[in-house]
Write a new protein. Structure first.
Length: 319
């Protein structure tokens, strides 16, 4: 495995940690494991960043008699597989020309994940067609809530690979986060043209259509159609049942809303949103006894005051 080109950075951290620990405890009381802990790494990793015993001795100035090297054993716990690289790419939906970055094991400080993230701009600079690096950097920007930069990366990724459904789904979600529902709908239209039974895409497009229905009332029927398609695929889908109930509430069809909330609660009796929503529907329907019963049940599902508590108090005060 090629040694990462960040030796000078990690070495400096290790040397700094060693100096600090030795100054606190004294040379004779410090073990390699103590230095590794202070550096946020492992004893084996220290030997990874130094080419061998001679370099380690020279860098630390430690007498030869004080150093022992224990080889890092081979991890034989992973079963062997007959899968070829080509078959793995096929199963993961990766094209032959796509570059792949593999990060193995637990995400821990000594793994240097921050350097991998920091290297993404350089990877893209060297290979502007590197869709893996574009995707990773776009996700980093998303997590940092730099949505415009994230969208720009996925725009470029989709220019290179227009058929990348995962990237289009992610960009659609970014448009949703940005509040641009029409652009999100366009992306999820493309996703659903390829995968008509993609429940995630149907749910998000429905949510977007419910927002655009404020300007285009006809979009509400399209939103319901998406929810009904989800329920055709998965009749017990709690999210779709609650969402369709919310649309019925907006139409003042409280009977239909209550029926959907009934089915949601039957599917998941501990779903707080379904309980609270049905309580509101019963109140709007004129049955405050059932409304309070649902809201009281909701309160038993939470350990602190929440929306159900406020609604129950309000209904008691106005009922």
């Amino acid at each position: 495995m090629p040694r990462p080109r960040l030796d000078h950075v990690r070495k400096a951290q290790i040397l700094s940690a060693a100096a600090e620990v030795m100054s606190e405890r004294g040379y004779a009381n410090v073990r390699l494991a103590d230095i590794a802990t202070a550096a946020g790494t492992s004893p084996a990793a220290i030997l990874y960043w130094f080419s061998g015993k001679d370099e380690l001795l020279a860098e630390f100035g430690v007498p030869d008699s004080k150093v022992s090297i224990i080889p890092f054993g081979i991890n034989a716990t992973t079963p062997m597989t007959a899968l070829t690289g080509e078959e793995c790419r096929r199963r993961l939906g990766l094209e032959p020309q796509h570059k792949v970055a593999l990060f193995f094991g637990q995400i821990a400080p000594y793994k240097g994940l921050e350097y991998l993230v920091a290297a993404l701009p350089e990877a893209i600079k060297r290979d502007p067609q590197n869709v893996t690096a574009l995707s990773w950097r776009g996700m980093v920007y998303r997590d940092k809530r730099e949505l415009d930069k994230a969208i720009a990366d996925f725009n470029e990724l989709l220019r290179i690979d227009p058929g990348n459904i995962e990237a289009r789904t992610t960009r659609g979600s970014l448009w949703l986060d940005k509040g641009d529902y029409k652009m999100a709908i366009d992306d999820f239209n493309e996703v659903l043209a390829v995968d008509r039974e993609n429940i995630e895409a149907l749910q998000i497009r429905s949510n977007c259509l419910q927002q655009t229905a404020k300007e285009n009332p006809g979009d509400l029927d399209r939103a319901v159609a998406d929810l009904e398609e989800i329920l055709r695929i998965d009749p017990q889908n709690v999210v779709a049942l609650i969402s369709r109930g919310s649309v019925s509430m907006a139409k003042h069809d409280f009977t239909a809303a209550i029926a959907d909330y009934d089915n949601a609660i039957a599917s998941d009796p501990k779903d707080l949103r379904a309980r609270v929503s049905r309580g509101i529907a019963w109140h709007e329907h004129g049955d405050d006894a059932k409304a309070l019963s649902d809201l009281d049940s909701a309160l038993k599902l939470v350990s602190q005051d929440g929306p159900a508590n406020a609604l129950a108090a309000w209904i008691r005060a106005t009922g």
